[in-house]
Design a protein around this ligand. Structure first.
Ligand code: XIL
Length: 486
């Protein structure tokens, strides 16, 4: 039983290198692709590659207005694999007039990221700052409704395409109160934050939903405790929240403290991911940068780090603050080397809470290069149907579960199945029967490797309808996958 269609030449593809060059357009990637024989313990030479060794990302904020600057884009493309729009997805940018959405600048950042094989964090949907004038003038139930409409409008536009959204930004007060910040949103009622999160979950079930704030890095500060108590309460009551973003703008008034690791561990222990979302360190201490990175690496659920800009001259703090990893000429600073070394010293270690091997469950399998999900075309159950990429959604034809028998199942009884063992063999659904062509290794680097073939699950493109096949593993983002558990 179970002998299926032989490897179909109709689905054979002319090798992955051509596609990758087409998709990424950078000759250096070809060299990387050809050097798959590098020893596993070789130090990585970019921040992104170094972070990927432990299943994490390393990101930066990007300003659309700087995408014409070649020094800027060269560094950003080389070093980072997660992108946040510095201002372009904020409320004033995306809904300048009530009910009229404008995604032109946001899309420029999004498209640059995805065309270069990077993922995107969404920032931010509900915030007291950078509100358009019309929203600043609202209050009460009309402001509440405007917030809901805004979340639906922006998340709808980027549905299925965003790794994590900062749903609510900076809602807590500085100082010793541990309470909420006064704002027009807060005055609509204390439940505005949970309403924002519930709205966001429905608007895009595939995005992780984060609460993001500054001055919540020091475990002893009242503001940190206030946010911690809110997240604990949300988890207890089932309000949808997946992550906490520690902005981590460190300066003399808000310095790095060695209890930062306790803060990260404590949030993670509530059952949320922690992301360092806007890191900059006034003065750029290489030691402090290394401490921050090592604190994240010490906590499996600290899933990635984003710095708030590329070069010092790009920083919102001004170049004089010297807060980033590259100087104004684009040279690597001492802090860059200390971050890279810290990431390399972490070595390969899985992030258990996001690894389906250790925590089997139902969920989507999302391609890192595409942001799209493994999808059974037309929700068919027909054995032998080749799988494709499609915009992520929550229907059953994108809900996969890993089993202790190393299968990856859909619809309960159909398996992810390799119709052959060579490059280009199609990956399809087939009734589960226990064969090695239906067994897969889920690796910490995000690759999914066929037990029978030793080849990687590979997307032959990034668009809707791109087909899934086996291909020699080479470390590309078209062979990396993340699980979003439902
Ligand atoms: C900053 C941008 O970097 C600036 O360009 C803009 O003028 C103001 O906002 N916390 C946040 C970010 O969540 O959105 C802020 O970004 C920095 C502080």
């Amino acid at each position: 039983m179970g002998m299926k269609a032989s490897p179909s030449s109709a689905h054979g593809r002319p090798g992955s290198l051509r596609r990758i060059v087409g998709a990424v357009g950078v000759a250096g990637v070809v060299a990387t692709a050809l050097m798959t024989a590098a020893p596993a313990d070789a130090a990585a030479s970019t921040l992104a590659a170094a972070a990927q060794q432990s299943g994490r990302y390393f990101g930066t904020a990007i300003a659309a207005g700087r995408l014409g600057d070649q020094t800027y884009t060269t560094i950003a493309n080389r070093e980072f694999d997660m992108i946040t729009a510095e201002n372009e997805m904020k409320i004033d940018a995306t809904e300048p007039n009530r009910g009229q959405f404008n995604f032109s600048a946001g899309d420029r950042v999004y498209n640059w990221a995805v065309q270069n094989g990077k993922r995107v964090r969404g920032h931010t949907l509900a915030w007291h700052s950078q509100q358009p004038g019309w929203m600043q003038a609202l209050s009460g139930s009309s402001l509440r409704q405007a917030m809901i409409n805004h979340i639906n409008g922006v998340m709808g536009h980027y549905r299925g395409k965003i790794y994590a959204w900062d749903v609510v930004n900076e809602a807590y007060a500085d100082g010793n109160s541990g309470g909420r910040r006064d704002s027009n949103l807060q005055r609509t009622g204390n439940d505005w934050i949970e309403v924002a999160f519930r709205t966001a979950r429905a608007a895009d079930p595939s995005a992780k939903l984060c609460y993001n704030d500054y001055n919540i890095d020091n475990w002893n500060w009242a503001k940190t405790q206030g946010v911690y108590n809110m997240v604990r309460d949300f988890k207890q009551r089932g309000v949808p929240i997946d992550c906490v973003g520690l902005q981590s703008h460190f300066n003399s008034n808000s310095p790095y403290n060695s209890n930062y690791r306790t803060t990260i561990q404590s949030f993670a222990a509530l059952g949320v991911d922690v992301q360092i979302t806007e890191l900059d360190i006034q003065g750029g201490s290489a030691t402090t940068y290394a401490n921050v990175v090592n604190d994240c690496l010490a906590v499996p659920r600290c899933t990635g780090i984003t710095v708030w800009g590329v070069r010092d001259s790009d920083s919102w703090l001004g170049a004089g603050a010297s807060p980033l990893l590259f100087d104004g000429n684009g040279n690597k600073k001492a802090a860059y080397n200390s971050v890279l070394n810290a990431l390399n010293n972490a070595g390969p270690s899985p992030t258990p809470t996001t690894s389906p091997t250790q925590n089997p469950g139902a969920g989507q399998i999302r391609g890192v290069a595409s942001g799209r999900c493994v999808d059974v075309p037309n929700a068919t159950t027909t054995d032998g149907t080749q799988l494709q990429l499609w915009d992520c959604h929550s229907n059953s034809n994108q809900q996969w579960s890993s089993t202790s028998a190393q299968e990856i199942r859909v619809y309960g009884n159909r398996c992810l199945d390799a119709a052959g063992t060579g490059n280009g063999a199609k990956v399809q659904i087939y009734s589960c029967w226990g064969g090695d062509n239906q067994k897969w290794r889920l690796n910490p680097d995000g690759s999914i490797v066929g037990v029978q073939s030793g080849l990687c699950l590979d997307a032959a493109g990034t668009g809707n309808g791109a087909q899934l096949q086996l291909y020699s593993c080479w470390g590309g983002n078209n062979q990396k996958w993340t699980w979003n558990r439902a």
